[in-house]
Design a protein around this ligand. Structure first.
Ligand code: FES
Length: 319
């Protein structure tokens, strides 16, 4: 058991409990979203006591040196003194459009003044503490943020976005974060983009941003799902592939009842690593399920991609 001092309040954190849960039980509002160490919206800073290593695992060396940590990953093993760490600047956004893309995915578009790059992520806030992170599928020049939301009847934010928030209603967004976006260097390098489920959202943004920036190198986009009917934006991506000779769309389904000429069947990691065995001078973008991202990140490095050219956005549903 540890005692954590937040402002003037002392909070007891039982063994095996996260600091985030203990603060919430004490009615202290800490912004949070994924509760899995991915979105960084629960960033805090320690002014006293040592921070457990796990709570700083994915932070930059600069953040670690300044005692920042993630409250959802923090299991204190001694007394601490803490405060909120993020600027958590929020932007007003207005819902302008929503549309199911298939049974499981909802497209949501919002108007906002927040700056962003296609492929970054931001949190959508229902109120001061309930928010979820989503990746951005749209280009800044399109003037509206687009998310692809996994439809969950019991999802606090996804269900609210689908059933309660109406066109013209406002909500709040955190500052856009993440490094998974297109930056132009020579414009000739080959790009390999691979994602599972709604991991397509950032890749859809990155690929279109590259094409809009006159990227000449080949762009291979692999979008994977469990079965063909779970794929989405299939027609849009096929049209894009017809319009741009250097853009190649590869839908992947783990299982399919019948073979389809354009569909790859099987495991995404196995298919990508077999078809792209030499990744020297490639830029690689990996988004979606953390297990897939981790495996392909390692394989991409082993197959020749420079670590700085492998950009990842791993996310999963909050528990
Ligand atoms: S990283 Fe802690 S809530 Fe997302």
């Amino acid at each position: 058991m540890s005692v954590v001092c937040y402002s003037d309040t002392k909070v007891i954190v039982a063994e095996g409990d996260t600091l985030l849960s203990a603060l919430e039980r004490a009615d202290i509002a800490v912004p949070n979203s994924c509760r899995a160490g991915l979105c960084h919206s629960c960033l805090m800073v320690a002014h006293g006591g040592s921070v457990p290593a796990k709570a700083q695992q994915d932070l930059t060396p600069q953040q670690v040196a300044q005692n920042y940590f993630l409250a959802c990953q923090c299991y204190p093993n001694e007394d601490m003194e803490v405060s909120l760490g993020g600027s958590d600047r929020r932007y007003e956004a207005v819902l302008i459009h929503k549309q199911p893309l298939n049974e499981g995915v909802l497209r949501v578009r919002l108007k906002t003044d927040m700056p962003w790059f296609a492929g970054q992520y931001t949190s959508v806030w229902k109120n001061a503490v309930d928010g979820r992170s989503f990746s951005i599928a749209s280009l800044p020049e399109e003037g509206q943020i687009e998310f692809h939301i996994r439809r969950r009847p019991d999802g606090v934010i996804s269900s609210w976005l689908e059933h309660e928030l109406q066109e013209g209603d406002s909500c709040q967004l955190s500052e856009a974060r993440g490094h998974c976006f297109y930056t132009r260097s020579s414009g000739d390098e080959t790009m390999l983009l691979a994602g599972t489920g709604t991991g397509l959202a950032p890749l859809y943004g990155v690929a279109r941003q590259a094409l809009a920036s006159d990227h000449h190198g080949d762009i291979h986009l692999y979008a994977a799902s469990g079965s063909p009917d779970q794929l989405y934006l299939v027609d849009e991506l096929a049209e894009l592939a017809e319009r741009y000779k250097n853009f190649h769309y590869h839908p992947v389904a783990k299982r399919a009842a019948e073979p389809h000429p354009r569909l790859h069947q099987g495991d995404l990691v196995e298919i990508v690593s077999r078809r792209h065995s030499n990744l020297k001078q490639h830029r690689v973008y990996l988004c979606g399920a953390p297990s897939m991202v981790k495996k392909l990140q390692k394989l991409s490095f082993l197959q020749g991609a420079a670590m700085t050219d492998i950009l990842v956005d791993a996310f999963e549903a909050p528990a």
